[in-house]
Design a binder for this molecule. Structure first.
Ligand code: ZN
Length: 335
């Protein structure tokens, strides 16, 4: 156990040692007293791989429980990577919000909390806050690099991208951008968050740690192509960090930027969504990018949803129905 764990007030305990060389598959154990088990625990799987002395990377998936590329890439690496091939230490947490992953849902079925809106978490909070608190205050301080995998989940579909954020610390911004470049997804995004409060991203970046995230398609499933991107990107980032031997496998990547919140297009009405431009399609400011058709009558004109800027469709609402206020599409500019 490291000092940060001993001093940590959290009730979460890791069943594995973080320092001993080798591979250990274990769990984070979190007391969860409930009707069917008074002294029960959540058991969140993790793998720790310690190789030759070097940096630590924390790789997380399942922050949202309906996004699959990250968990699949992490599970594969956890099973295959030999400590002799690793410089440094890997902490692999494929199902960070384990209850949400088991439910196939974005947020936890236990407390209804969206993990990526509750960082830095709280040791005295509900289950999701407690997991976030442990990940942020016990695991993150061990790492100089955090890779948090996301995809669109059941309600969004994205161009496959790795992303970093615009940050006040320009040195950190450059390190995060270099890690996102190394991931080498088909698209590389400088991301502007609609709501940065409570994000794992914002919490980790605030500590000065290099942070890279992804959006690798979505719709609540994964494809052979999107899982391949996740596996290749994970390997590339670890090579970039000096932790794995080999060459970074570079393919062409389109740079995207989100220069303002005008990139988000919202539905005003409820109804059936008709995309008029598909993912990756080029759009002009003011162009109709989607229509929303009423469900309660025929003969009525649909609502036109227009792009607030020139660019390409980088993300879209995935289900066929929308509610007022739903983000119908996100437009990004090609740099
Ligand atoms: Zn997500």
């Amino acid at each position: 156990m490291t000092d940060s764990l001993v001093q940590h007030p959290s009730a979460v305990r890791a069943t594995v040692d973080f320092n001993e060389p080798g591979v250990r598959h274990g769990h984070l154990r979190l007391p969860w007293s409930r009707n069917d088990s008074a002294w029960g625990n959540l058991m969140i799987p993790l793998t720790v791989i310690v190789g030759a002395p070097g940096p630590t990377a924390l790789v997380t998936g399942g922050n949202h429980g309906d996004e699959y590329e990250g968990p699949l890439a992490i599970l594969d690496l956890a099973r295959r990577l030999e400590p002799s091939a690793l410089t440094g230490r890997l902490i692999l947490l494929p199902f960070m919000n384990h209850p949400a992953v088991k439910a196939g849902a974005r947020v936890s079925p236990i407390d209804g909390v969206n993990m990526n809106r509750c960082f830095p978490g709280a040791p005295e909070g509900t289950i999701t806050h407690q997991i976030a608190d442990y990940v942020f205050r016990a695991l993150t301080p061990m790492a100089s690099l955090v890779l948090d995998f996301h995809s669109g989940g059941k309600t969004l579909d994205f161009l496959p991208l790795a992303a970093s954020h615009l940050l006040p610390d320009k040195g950190l911004e450059a390190r995060c951008a270099a890690a996102a470049d190394a991931f080498n997804a088909p698209y590389t995004m400088r991301m502007l968050e609609l709501d940065p409060t409570g994000l794992f991203d914002t919490a980790v970046e605030g500590t000065g740690c290099t942070f890279v995230t992804t959006e690798l398609r979505g719709g609540g499933t994964a494809t052979a192509e999107s899982v391949g991107m996740a596996r290749r990107g994970l390997r590339n980032v670890l090579i970039h960090a000096g932790m794995l031997e080999g060459e970074i496998e570079m393919r062409p990547s389109v740079r995207l930027d989100m220069p303002s919140l005008d990139c988000y297009a919202f539905a005003q009405e409820a109804g059936m969504l008709e995309a008029t431009v598909d993912l990756g399609g080029t759009v002009a400011r003011g162009q109709v990018i989607a229509r929303v058709w009423r469900l309660d009558r025929t003969g009525a004109a649909p609502e036109d949803v227009r792009s607030g800027m020139d660019g390409v469709i980088a993300a879209r609402h995935f289900p066929g129905l929308v509610q007022p206020g739903d983000a119908v599409a996100v437009v990004a500019t090609v740099v």
